[in-house]
Structures are given as structure tokens and as C-alpha cells.
Write a protein that binds this ligand. Sequence first.
Ligand code: GUN
Ligand code: ZN
Length: 441
Amino acid sequence: NDPMISALRGPSLSYFANPFDDQGSICHRYEADTLILIEDGIITHAGAYDPALVPHGIVPDHYPDGLILPGFIDAHVHYPQMPLIAAHGRQLLEWLDHYVFPTEARYHDIDFARLIARRFLREELRAGVTTPITYCTVHPESVDAYFEEAARLGLRTGAGKVLMDRNAPENLRDTARTGYDQSRRLAARWHGQDRLFYVVTPRFAPTSTEEQLDLAGTLLREGDGLYMQTHLAENQAELAWVQRLFPASRDYLDVYDRFGLVGPRCLFGHAIHLNEREWARLAEAGATIVHCPTSNLFLGSGLFNLKRALVSANPVRTALGSDIGAGTSVSPFATLGEAYKIAQLRGEVLTAHQAFYLATLGSARAISQDDHIGSIEPGKEADLVVLDPRATPLLAERQSHAETLEDQLFIMMTLGDDRLVRATYVAGRKRHDRDNAGDLS
Ligand code: GUN
Ligand code: ZN
């Protein structure tokens, strides 16, 4: 079998160091005319364009006015909630009861799950996201539907069946035992297939019994390289509820900790209302927070302390998420733009380089996938997005006054949406092309 070879050419931007650590030092590499060579989905060369390096018979996809970046990571999202994005008027617990549970109840139907999974992944690719990490629903069918579609597209992505054995409608509950058995079967079927990984997914402490959390911890320990995802300290009413349900726990994080659910590859959505003990414990354990700015503002949950997470003597690994359907956009530009505004409301600063680092290499490191993705360099998988910094009349006008690369990036994260995404490549294959609406996937 001949290797599949392809090439891209154009300006590129990629990070190699953490701009939250090395404030003031250069953490990125910008190359005005880059040649990226790809063999069987892996980057084999990334450097200044040199026609002598282009393999015979290969014509690079050329984007002279574009900006090539590593594909974006969306580390906390609920694909089944896409049909309820932008539902009006409630905070977390009421919003779950009123909008989320009735919608999630539809996913016993695998055809519906397939339809939404397909639309969801198309939307993520349109937004330039190449690695989503998603919750499914309590139904195993919702996981099969998602992974089938993700495998077809060749994505690096994670997902898991929601575990929920109390405080939810009857038709959305499993039991500690069935939840464990079904998750184990799904992990055996999907984890490590192609680029897929399984994520043990207790929804959040209030919807699981101690027995279920205990079995989730068992599953995580038994599995080889499985992930865990859940929600943590998102909303004040939720905090009070957790305290009532788990009176023996020191705080919210301790509920998960007592069942072995706090460690590397454990992803905690939100983490807005933490005490210093919880911050220190997350740091010590190597656990990961996923900051979900548009969701936190939409549900009125609070202002995440990104500075405590990342600019600190004991930083906590932090990734970014859209948290659709509480989030209001799958676009990383919206996520970054709202992260900036949350920092503003806290009297803090998020620079454009910090923001774009977080959406790429920073999130890849936070989810322990930076061996594979997050930057443009030989050996990494060729998940790439091509931006069009002048995609709209307003963007073009504003970019004409930009003086630095950092200005250009900040304009994109403030004004950008899916129109900015000219093309998205998954393992070297173009899976989205803005200007050729014909569906590539
Ligand atoms: N907490 C428990 N479930 C959910 C959910 O589906 N979305 C959000 N934002 N928070 C949650
Ligand atoms: Zn969520």
C-alpha cells in the first residue's frame, strides 16, 4: 500500500510553550510561508516553504491569505443537547429539569442519535474543532451512534455514556450495576479503536448514588487509559444540594475524591466555586478543569478564576469547552471572546496568545493528548484548521488596522465565528471547506 501523501502551504501559527508561565517570552512559532507535508495522517515536515521539498506529483493546498493552526479542542460538550441550545430563562438545576432531561430522553432511538451526532460533528468541523470530548446520554445507543460517526470521519475524540441512577426522570435512570456493565461494554468496544477514547461519565454528584460513584471509580481503575468527566462546583444551588446529599464530604471535590475520581485524565467541567483546599487538591492530583465561558455566562453560573488556575505557584491543568447546550456557540472564537470578558469582569487580563494557546496546545496538554495533537510539528497528527482572518467586511476593515500578529488574533477571537474557518483537516483529509458547500464528510 502506498502511503497517502498530501501537503498544505500558507502562513501558520503554532505554540510550543505556555504563555501563562513564560510571560513576556515567545511561546509561538509563526511562519509566513509554510510547507506542511502529511503522510498517512501524520505531519512529516513543517517549515519554510521550499519547492524542492514538495514530493513529485503533489500539489499543496495553498492558502496564501489564510492562517493555518492546529485544530481546536472542545474538551467539554454535550452533543445530545444541540437541539436545545439557546433555551431561555433559567439557571442550572431548573434548566436541566425543564429543557435537558426531556431532550435527552429522545436518545433511546439510535436513528435520532445518529442524526444529531452527524449534525453535531459537522458543526464542530465548521467551527474548526477537530477534537471534541462529549457527554452522550444515559442510553448506550447514544454512545454507539456518536463513535460510529466519529470513526467514519477519522476524528480523535472522546465520549461516554452518562451515569445517572437518582434525581432524574425514570426514563433517564440506570442503576449502579447496569451503568457499570454498559460502560464497560462500550469502553471495550470503542476505547483505542482508531483515534477514539472512552470517558467514564457520571453526570454530576447529585444524580449518582455512592454505589454508582464507587463503581465509576472501579471502572476507571480497571480500564487502561480511560478518561473520566463530570461537573464540579458550577452553581450555588448545586453546591448546597451536594452538601445535603453528601454530608460526610469536606467539600464538593471530596465527593469525587472518596471514590477515586480525582487524578490525571479526570476532567471537571466549570469548577467556578472552589475553596483553596479544592484548588490545591486538583493541582496535586494532576486533574483537569474545563473552563466553559459561554455556558457560565448564559446560565449565570459565575466567573471562573482562570488566573488562580494557570498563573499560580500550584497551577491546575485547564482546557476549554463550549458546553453546548448551556454554551451558546461551538465556535472557539466565541469561547475565547467570552473568556476574555470574564477575565475583564474579574479585573484580570487574558492575552490573545494565551487564548489561542489554550484552545490548541494548552488544551491538548491539559487532556494529556499533546503527544498526538495541539501543535504543527513532525510526528503529530495532521488535524489542522485554516482561518481566513478577513472573512467578513468588518473583519477585513478591522484587520487592515492591525499592527501585530497578536492584534490579528485578538480581532478574530472577538469578532469571529464559523465564517472565519476556511477549511478543516482531519488526519490530513479535508473534512470541511467553507467555499465548497458540497458536503465533504
Ligand atoms: N450539570 C449536570 N448536568 C449538566 C449539564 O448537562 N450541563 C451543565 N452545564 N451542567 C450540568
Ligand atoms: Zn456540561
